[in-house]
Design a protein around this ligand. Sequence first.
Ligand SMILES: Cc1cc2nc3c(=O)[nH]c(=O)nc-3n(C[C@H](O)[C@H](O)[C@H](O)COP(=O)(O)OP(=O)(O)OC[C@H]3O[C@@H](n4cnc5c(N)ncnc54)[C@H](O)[C@@H]3O)c2cc1C
Length: 397
Amino acid sequence: MDFSFTPEQEKLKKEFEEFFITEMKKAPPTYETGGLEAMFGSDVGWEFHLYMARELGKKGWLAMAWPEKYGGKDASVIDQVIFSEVRGYYGGPGVDIFGIGIVAPTLLVAASEKQREKFLPPIAKGELMYCQGWSEPNAGSDLASLSTTAVKDEDDYIINGQKIWTSGAHRADWMFILVRTNLEEKRSKGLTYLLLDMKAPGITVRPIEAMDGLHMFNEVFFDDVRVPIANRIGEENKGWEVTRQSMNFERSSIGIFSENQKTIEDLVRFVKETKRDGKPLAENQVIRNKLAELAAETEVGRAMAYNIAWMQEKGGLFLAASAASAAKVFGTELAQRLVYVGADILGQYSQVKESKWAPFHGKFETNYQNCMGLNIAGGTSEIQRNLVAWIGLGLPR
Ligand SMILES: Cc1cc2nc3c(=O)[nH]c(=O)nc-3n(C[C@H](O)[C@H](O)[C@H](O)COP(=O)(O)OP(=O)(O)OC[C@H]3O[C@@H](n4cnc5c(N)ncnc54)[C@H](O)[C@@H]3O)c2cc1C
């Protein structure tokens, strides 16, 4: 594998870096901890996300790998990965993980031309934000058993039911939702994929407060909510196939690894500068070993991510599906270990947000609480390991 970038890619990378270095100086303090909570959890955090989205949209970086006619740049998967790597390193918001990450790929693969022309440009410009209406109280890993219904009535579907864990539903403009349209069918064959305006009458968003008090999650209730049939993506009862096709886009998890790399660099600086019992922490053997191990693992993760992008460029996610699951498990579990080590090194000061003794402003304490969610969101580690076993190793389902 050749790890070096072309001169054009080097130039692009520099451009991304300069952009994030400049723009992140304007970030409100919520971004010191990073993560989705920084974005969804406060008005200032959300406003900065929207500002960054529009700036990235103007540059055409949100939709780099899309065709030009929908606002993209026809760029390669590798260019996209370089962008995600730089963005992860600087903790930059502005990329709607749902709109850019899931809805747009779905539209590109499964929507009609009319739908693409309507829905893609606002996503590329960073003007519309989405949330994901998939999980329900009794359907998480076993998503195919979901029970929110949509029944046809003239030109509309009428939706009734409930979603849960809907990140950012209180902020989003639109939702992409999976609903049951064939009420006789209990599994994936009866599901349909719709786009719905969060301002539609009959939608109630109820917050679920996290244990640190932040508001990211919601329950969303649907009470006779009308959605035009024109907003259905793909055929009725074929929503499951539609969702699976959309996975064929950048899924390298590179952002997790570059974010880890930045955290390790910060911790290394901290242990060099900080003395305990008269000696720099950098001389402590346990700390040195732990940081070295995490740095090595992060480098492994980066290689995994570029390998996935390379495979995708050669043959689509078909080749890389189990590698993408492996990278997600490895990256999220590594991020957890890193948070635990950081919290250990800082000791009780990791919990302090404002003090000269707390250079990380409570980042490790906040992330200590949040990091469990990393290997649940987007499919749990157990489910990802099942995929590696089944698709990657050819073991029975
Ligand atoms: C940070 C975060 C953000 C989220 N955002 C959203 C969102 O925006 N929209 C949305 O729709 N959902 C969202 N979710 C929900 C998420 O998709 C679900 O939590 C996840 O799919 C797991 O479902 P569950 O919680 O019902 O757990 P369950 O599916 O009940 O799983 C419970 C446990 O059983 C294990 N398990 C289940 N089935 C198997 C199996 N076949 N083999 C082995 N082990 C198994 C699981 O791994 C898990 O450990 C979010 C979750 C988190 C943590």
